[in-house]
Write a protein that binds this ligand. Structure first.
Ligand SMILES: [Zn+2]
Length: 446
């Protein structure tokens, strides 16, 4: 094993451990915002997301005399293969001053208190607002634009890696930031953003709200990724960095050619901590490997249109029902984008499934004013607003002032619920009501 391979292994191990910690800390509830890492697609289709661009400065090291902006280089490479990328852009980082550049090769390379893209002091050469010609170019190539926020300021505090950073103050400033890029894309390009990824995946805000709350208010889904394309990784030299981008893909494909089905591959439209951009050459090598195995690279939204779920593939009976219900605004999935069709449905979950998407704003209010809807449902229960709405609509009732959110829904109770909500009751033959049964029954009634 070479020194380079070892270094990549160690860095990836740290990142995996970090990702696992995030996962363990994320409680799982039904949610209007789903965190999308990969989908249950069996076809050889995947997506690639490019963070932190657009970038007007050329690739580094650049070919002699080639001043092509990095973003254009990435787009051209994708288009050569008929691939479409997902560019997770920022708006503008020039407001993130006063600040100082940090140590080269560290997480603070581009700024101590904030991030600056494409580099410290070069904010004018990056961001959608400063580079509208690059956004236009991407849209012309049918690539997708997603929101990596306007200013790439952390949503909340993050220790130890980003302990010196100055985060946003809570959900209101986060919404303000997201809305800024959203309206810019709408007004300047008539473009509707659907997906977003928080800077450095920091979810928790100072006021206790999270990225999920902000995205629910914006009507976004949370775009994560399932495979690291390694373009962010600084190694001893450029060649090693390029190698680190395609060798792991080659390795995975050699043991399982279907490995990348439904995956979202994380890439970078910018420089790594060593101020190089291996993506300029690494991407081509990745695409060569994937397309030689019959893969297609589509946008993240196209991938989600083909299969929105992490645990339900298009060949399963429930798929079309779940997709229909999801399309009608029902909270069919948990935060981790699973449907968990065989788990038993609880009363709290039935309320959330049917009322969660329309009570996003109410949930924020309930938490802020600390109004618990019933004696056994606290204000900070993620289902509190949906439960209150279900009770108010007469769809679910209280017993002695209590709601019993964790109690299983009986088929009889579900029938009564459907009678009120849809004016018609389904025939349920099972004794235990699962998520799958409820999803199918409601999809047939809407
Ligand atoms: Zn970023």
């Amino acid at each position: 094993m070479s020194v380079t391979t070892k270094a990549i292994g160690a860095a990836k191990k740290i990142k995996r451990r970090f990702d696992a910690q995030i996962k363990a800390r994320t409680p799982v509830y039904l949610s209007p915002t789903r965190r999308i890492e990969r989908v249950a697609l069996k076809e050889r289709v995947a997506a690639m997301t490019f963070d932190d661009g657009p970038c007007r400065t050329p690739a580094n090291p650049s070919a002699p005399g080639d001043a092509t902006p990095l973003t254009v280089r990435i787009a051209e490479t994708l288009e050569k293969y008929g691939a479409r990328g997902t560019f997770d852009v920022v708006g503008d980082t020039s407001g993130n001053y006063p600040d100082k550049a940090g140590k080269e090769g560290s997480a603070e390379w581009g700024g101590i208190k904030f991030d600056h893209y494409p580099d410290f002091g070069k904010d004018a050469d990056g961001g959608a607002v400063n580079c509208p010609e690059l956004i236009e170019r991407l849209l012309k190539g049918n690539h997708e634009i997603t929101s990596h926020t306007y200013a790439h300021v952390l949503f909340g505090p993050k220790r130890p890696v980003y302990g010196g950073r100055d985060p946003l103050g809570g959900v209101d400033p986060v919404i303000e930031d997201l809305a800024r890029l959203d309206s810019y894309m709408k007004e300047s390009f008539g473009y509707n953003i659907k997906l977003s990824r928080p800077p450095h995946y920091v979810d928790k805000m100072k006021d206790g709200f999270t990225s999920y709350d902000a995205y629910a208010l914006m009507g976004y889904q949370y775009m994560a990724a399932s495979f690291d394309g390694a373009g962010w990784l600084p190694l001893s030299d450029y060649e090693s960095e390029v190698e680190a981008m395609y060798m792991p893909i080659r390795k995975e494909l050699s043991t399982n050619a279907d490995f990348f089905c439904g995956q979202i591959i994380f890439q970078k439209d910018g420089y790594n901590m060593a101020r190089r951009s291996p993506v300029a050459d690494g991407l081509e090598r990745q695409l060569e490997l994937l397309y030689s195995r019959g893969y297609r690279i589509v946008t993240a939204s196209e991938l989600l249109e083909m299969c929105p779920f992490a645990d339900l593939s298009p060949d399963e009976e429930l798929f079309e029902y779940a997709k229909r219900l999801l399309g009608a605004g029902y909270c069919v999935c948990y935060k981790d984008n699973t449907t968990r069709k065989d788990s038993t449905l609880t009363r709290g979950e039935l309320a959330m499934m049917t009322r969660g998407a329309s009570t996003v704003r109410e949930r924020i209010e309930i938490v802020r004013k600390r109004i618990s809807p019933t004696s056994d449902v606290r204000y900070d229960d993620p289902y509190a607003a949906a439960i209150k709405a279900s009770i108010d609509a007469g769809e679910l009732s209280l017993s002695g002032g209590r709601f019993f959110p964790k109690t299983e829904v009986t088929p009889k109770e579900f029938g009564d619920f459907c009678e009120v909500r849809f004016g018609k009751a389904p025939t349920i033959s099972q004794e235990r009501l699962t998520h799958g049964t409820a999803i199918k029954a409601m999809a047939e009634l809407i």
